[in-house]
Design a protein around this ligand. Structure first.
Ligand SMILES: [Fe+2]
Ligand SMILES: [Fe+2]
Length: 274
Protein backbone atom coordinates (compact mmCIF):
# COMPACT_ATOMS: atom_id res chain seq x y z
CA UNK A 1 0.00 0.00 0.00
CA UNK A 2 1.45 3.37 -1.05
CA UNK A 3 0.87 6.87 0.29
CA UNK A 4 0.87 9.88 -2.03
CA UNK A 5 1.26 13.19 -0.25
CA UNK A 6 0.78 15.99 -2.79
CA UNK A 7 2.26 19.41 -2.07
CA UNK A 8 1.24 22.78 -3.43
CA UNK A 9 2.72 26.02 -2.18
CA UNK A 10 2.52 29.80 -2.44
CA UNK A 11 -0.83 30.21 -4.16
CA UNK A 12 -1.12 33.94 -3.33
CA UNK A 13 -4.85 33.97 -4.09
CA UNK A 14 -6.56 37.37 -4.32
CA UNK A 15 -10.22 38.37 -4.33
CA UNK A 16 -12.14 37.32 -7.50
CA UNK A 17 -11.18 39.55 -10.41
CA UNK A 18 -7.99 40.86 -8.78
CA UNK A 19 -4.42 39.90 -9.68
CA UNK A 20 -1.22 39.64 -7.63
CA UNK A 21 1.65 42.10 -8.18
CA UNK A 22 -0.49 43.97 -10.69
CA UNK A 23 -0.42 41.20 -13.29
CA UNK A 24 -0.51 37.57 -12.00
CA UNK A 25 -3.92 35.89 -12.18
CA UNK A 26 -3.05 33.47 -9.38
CA UNK A 27 -6.55 31.92 -9.33
CA UNK A 28 -6.22 30.68 -12.92
CA UNK A 29 -2.80 29.19 -12.13
CA UNK A 30 -4.33 27.34 -9.19
CA UNK A 31 -7.19 26.07 -11.37
CA UNK A 32 -4.60 24.72 -13.85
CA UNK A 33 -2.65 23.07 -11.01
CA UNK A 34 -5.79 21.39 -9.67
CA UNK A 35 -6.51 20.12 -13.19
CA UNK A 36 -2.96 18.74 -13.47
CA UNK A 37 -3.31 17.04 -10.08
CA UNK A 38 -6.59 15.47 -11.24
CA UNK A 39 -4.80 14.08 -14.34
CA UNK A 40 -2.20 12.23 -12.25
CA UNK A 41 -2.64 8.45 -12.44
CA UNK A 42 -2.22 8.22 -8.66
CA UNK A 43 -4.85 9.98 -6.57
CA UNK A 44 -3.55 12.02 -3.64
CA UNK A 45 -3.85 10.49 -0.18
CA UNK A 46 -3.81 14.12 1.00
CA UNK A 47 -2.80 17.55 -0.25
CA UNK A 48 -0.69 19.86 1.90
CA UNK A 49 -0.37 23.54 0.94
CA UNK A 50 2.75 25.01 2.51
CA UNK A 51 1.77 28.63 3.06
CA UNK A 52 1.20 31.95 1.33
CA UNK A 53 -2.27 30.63 0.58
CA UNK A 54 -3.53 34.17 -0.04
CA UNK A 55 -1.73 37.36 -0.95
CA UNK A 56 -2.86 39.84 1.72
CA UNK A 57 -4.53 37.53 4.26
CA UNK A 58 -7.94 39.12 3.66
CA UNK A 59 -11.13 37.26 4.48
CA UNK A 60 -12.48 37.61 0.92
CA UNK A 61 -9.27 36.07 -0.44
CA UNK A 62 -9.80 32.98 1.75
CA UNK A 63 -13.44 32.79 0.62
CA UNK A 64 -12.14 32.74 -2.97
CA UNK A 65 -9.52 30.10 -2.08
CA UNK A 66 -12.24 27.97 -0.48
CA UNK A 67 -14.26 28.07 -3.73
CA UNK A 68 -11.18 27.18 -5.79
CA UNK A 69 -10.38 24.15 -3.59
CA UNK A 70 -13.99 22.94 -3.41
CA UNK A 71 -13.66 20.14 -5.99
CA UNK A 72 -10.64 18.47 -4.40
CA UNK A 73 -11.78 15.18 -2.91
CA UNK A 74 -8.79 14.22 -0.72
CA UNK A 75 -8.08 15.70 2.74
CA UNK A 76 -6.44 19.15 2.48
CA UNK A 77 -4.00 20.47 5.07
CA UNK A 78 -3.27 24.19 5.12
CA UNK A 79 -0.26 26.01 6.59
CA UNK A 80 0.07 29.74 7.05
CA UNK A 81 2.87 31.67 5.35
CA UNK A 82 4.05 35.25 5.81
CA UNK A 83 1.34 36.54 3.42
CA UNK A 84 -1.42 34.86 5.44
CA UNK A 85 -3.56 35.96 8.36
CA UNK A 86 -4.21 33.03 10.68
CA UNK A 87 -7.40 34.47 12.19
CA UNK A 88 -8.96 35.02 8.71
CA UNK A 89 -7.83 31.53 7.65
CA UNK A 90 -9.42 29.95 10.75
CA UNK A 91 -12.60 31.96 10.26
CA UNK A 92 -13.14 30.91 6.63
CA UNK A 93 -12.03 27.27 7.10
CA UNK A 94 -13.73 26.44 10.45
CA UNK A 95 -13.89 22.68 9.76
CA UNK A 96 -10.07 22.58 9.44
CA UNK A 97 -9.91 22.11 13.20
CA UNK A 98 -6.32 20.78 13.09
CA UNK A 99 -5.39 24.51 12.78
CA UNK A 100 -6.48 24.99 16.39
CA UNK A 101 -8.42 27.96 17.76
CA UNK A 102 -5.57 30.19 18.95
CA UNK A 103 -1.78 30.42 19.07
CA UNK A 104 0.52 29.04 16.35
CA UNK A 105 -0.99 26.53 13.91
CA UNK A 106 1.26 23.55 14.62
CA UNK A 107 -0.36 20.15 14.01
CA UNK A 108 0.36 16.47 13.49
CA UNK A 109 -1.90 14.27 11.35
CA UNK A 110 -1.69 10.79 9.86
CA UNK A 111 -1.62 10.57 6.04
CA UNK A 112 -1.65 6.89 5.10
CA UNK A 113 1.62 5.40 6.34
CA UNK A 114 3.15 8.86 6.86
CA UNK A 115 2.85 11.30 9.72
CA UNK A 116 2.55 14.88 8.50
CA UNK A 117 3.79 17.34 11.11
CA UNK A 118 3.29 21.04 10.35
CA UNK A 119 5.29 23.68 12.17
CA UNK A 120 4.00 27.23 11.98
CA UNK A 121 7.09 29.39 11.26
CA UNK A 122 5.26 32.69 10.74
CA UNK A 123 5.83 35.86 12.78
CA UNK A 124 2.77 38.15 12.68
CA UNK A 125 3.47 41.27 10.62
CA UNK A 126 6.88 40.02 9.40
CA UNK A 127 8.12 38.42 6.18
CA UNK A 128 10.83 36.38 7.91
CA UNK A 129 10.15 33.23 9.92
CA UNK A 130 11.08 32.07 13.41
CA UNK A 131 10.89 28.93 15.54
CA UNK A 132 10.83 29.74 19.24
CA UNK A 133 11.48 27.52 22.27
CA UNK A 134 7.78 26.68 22.63
CA UNK A 135 7.64 25.49 19.03
CA UNK A 136 10.75 23.36 19.56
CA UNK A 137 9.20 21.82 22.70
CA UNK A 138 5.94 21.15 20.82
CA UNK A 139 7.84 19.52 17.94
CA UNK A 140 9.87 17.38 20.33
CA UNK A 141 6.66 15.96 21.83
CA UNK A 142 5.06 15.51 18.39
CA UNK A 143 8.09 13.61 17.06
CA UNK A 144 8.25 11.45 20.17
CA UNK A 145 4.58 10.55 19.78
CA UNK A 146 5.29 9.23 16.23
CA UNK A 147 7.41 6.32 17.42
CA UNK A 148 9.13 4.98 14.32
CA UNK A 149 6.46 6.12 11.84
CA UNK A 150 8.00 7.97 8.86
CA UNK A 151 7.57 11.73 9.31
CA UNK A 152 7.24 14.55 6.78
CA UNK A 153 7.82 17.91 8.46
CA UNK A 154 6.12 20.84 6.69
CA UNK A 155 6.93 24.50 7.32
CA UNK A 156 6.57 27.67 5.25
CA UNK A 157 10.05 29.11 5.76
CA UNK A 158 12.86 26.69 4.82
CA UNK A 159 15.35 26.14 7.66
CA UNK A 160 18.35 26.41 5.28
CA UNK A 161 20.11 29.14 3.32
CA UNK A 162 19.22 29.00 -0.35
CA UNK A 163 21.97 31.30 -1.75
CA UNK A 164 19.23 33.56 -3.09
CA UNK A 165 20.29 36.53 -0.98
CA UNK A 166 17.09 38.58 -0.83
CA UNK A 167 15.08 35.46 0.10
CA UNK A 168 17.60 34.37 2.75
CA UNK A 169 17.15 37.81 4.33
CA UNK A 170 13.48 36.90 4.92
CA UNK A 171 14.10 33.19 5.59
CA UNK A 172 13.94 31.37 8.91
CA UNK A 173 16.00 33.85 10.91
CA UNK A 174 15.47 32.40 14.41
CA UNK A 175 15.56 28.83 15.68
CA UNK A 176 17.46 27.18 12.83
CA UNK A 177 20.22 25.73 15.04
CA UNK A 178 17.74 24.58 17.71
CA UNK A 179 15.64 22.85 15.03
CA UNK A 180 18.74 21.11 13.60
CA UNK A 181 19.75 19.98 17.07
CA UNK A 182 16.29 18.51 17.74
CA UNK A 183 15.92 16.78 14.37
CA UNK A 184 19.38 15.24 14.80
CA UNK A 185 17.88 13.14 17.60
CA UNK A 186 15.31 11.46 15.31
CA UNK A 187 16.09 9.21 12.37
CA UNK A 188 12.52 8.88 11.03
CA UNK A 189 12.16 12.44 9.63
CA UNK A 190 12.13 11.50 5.95
CA UNK A 191 11.75 15.01 4.57
CA UNK A 192 11.32 18.68 5.48
CA UNK A 193 9.00 20.26 2.90
CA UNK A 194 8.72 24.03 2.66
CA UNK A 195 7.45 26.87 0.52
CA UNK A 196 8.28 30.60 0.49
CA UNK A 197 11.01 30.32 -2.20
CA UNK A 198 8.75 29.84 -5.23
CA UNK A 199 11.34 27.40 -6.60
CA UNK A 200 12.19 23.68 -6.29
CA UNK A 201 15.29 23.41 -4.07
CA UNK A 202 16.85 20.49 -2.15
CA UNK A 203 19.63 20.36 0.41
CA UNK A 204 20.85 18.33 3.36
CA UNK A 205 19.67 19.53 6.77
CA UNK A 206 20.18 17.87 10.16
CA UNK A 207 20.64 14.41 8.67
CA UNK A 208 17.57 14.58 6.46
CA UNK A 209 16.57 16.15 3.12
CA UNK A 210 15.02 19.61 3.20
CA UNK A 211 13.25 21.07 0.19
CA UNK A 212 11.12 23.87 -1.13
CA UNK A 213 8.32 23.53 -3.69
CA UNK A 214 7.66 25.75 -6.70
CA UNK A 215 4.54 27.88 -6.84
CA UNK A 216 1.84 26.95 -9.37
CA UNK A 217 1.95 30.65 -10.37
CA UNK A 218 5.00 32.94 -10.21
CA UNK A 219 8.58 31.86 -9.45
CA UNK A 220 11.44 33.77 -7.83
CA UNK A 221 14.11 34.53 -10.46
CA UNK A 222 17.15 32.28 -9.95
CA UNK A 223 20.12 34.61 -9.42
CA UNK A 224 22.75 33.55 -6.88
CA UNK A 225 24.52 36.91 -6.86
CA UNK A 226 24.17 37.99 -3.20
CA UNK A 227 23.22 41.50 -4.38
CA UNK A 228 20.55 40.30 -6.83
CA UNK A 229 17.28 42.19 -6.53
CA UNK A 230 13.99 40.48 -5.78
CA UNK A 231 12.17 39.67 -9.02
CA UNK A 232 9.61 37.11 -10.17
CA UNK A 233 8.91 35.46 -13.52
CA UNK A 234 6.47 33.01 -15.06
CA UNK A 235 8.66 29.94 -15.45
CA UNK A 236 6.39 26.86 -15.53
CA UNK A 237 4.66 26.40 -12.19
CA UNK A 238 4.59 23.07 -10.42
CA UNK A 239 3.70 20.86 -7.50
CA UNK A 240 5.27 17.88 -5.79
CA UNK A 241 4.29 14.32 -5.05
CA UNK A 242 5.95 12.75 -2.02
CA UNK A 243 5.38 9.05 -2.67
CA UNK A 244 5.88 6.55 0.12
CA UNK A 245 6.11 2.78 -0.14
CA UNK A 246 7.64 0.41 2.38
CA UNK A 247 10.09 -0.96 -0.18
CA UNK A 248 11.22 2.34 -1.77
CA UNK A 249 10.88 4.69 1.18
CA UNK A 250 9.93 8.31 0.45
CA UNK A 251 10.59 9.50 -3.11
CA UNK A 252 9.75 13.04 -4.21
CA UNK A 253 8.60 13.79 -7.75
CA UNK A 254 8.38 17.30 -9.20
CA UNK A 255 5.49 17.88 -11.61
CA UNK A 256 5.09 20.90 -13.89
CA UNK A 257 1.58 22.35 -14.22
CA UNK A 258 0.12 22.27 -17.71
CA UNK A 259 -0.85 20.19 -20.70
CA UNK A 260 1.99 18.73 -22.74
CA UNK A 261 2.27 16.75 -25.98
CA UNK A 262 2.22 13.01 -25.45
CA UNK A 263 2.37 10.54 -23.87
CA UNK A 264 3.68 8.25 -26.63
CA UNK A 265 4.54 4.58 -26.12
CA UNK A 266 8.17 3.43 -26.27
CA UNK A 267 7.33 0.84 -29.01
CA UNK A 268 10.18 -1.32 -30.18
CA UNK A 269 9.25 -0.53 -33.82
CA UNK A 270 9.28 3.22 -33.10
CA UNK A 271 12.80 2.93 -31.71
CA UNK A 272 13.93 1.58 -35.11
CA UNK A 273 12.54 4.60 -37.03
CA UNK A 274 15.34 6.94 -38.02
FE1 LIG B 1 5.11 33.14 -1.46
FE1 LIG C 1 6.41 33.38 1.90
Amino acid sequence: MSTYLFQLSDLHIREPGRVAYGRIDTASFLRAAIESIAQCPQAPSALVITGDLCDFGREQEYVHLRELLADIRCPIYLLPGNHDCLSSLRLVFPEHDYLGASGPAHYSVAVGDLQLIALDSTVPGQSFGAIDQEAIAWLHDALKACGDRPVVLAMHHPPFLTQIGHMDEIGLLLGRAELAQLLGQFCNVERIICGHLHRAIETRFAGTIASTAPSPAHQVVLDLNPQAVSRWNLEPGGFRIHAWSKSAGLVTHNMPVGKFEGPYPFHAEAALID
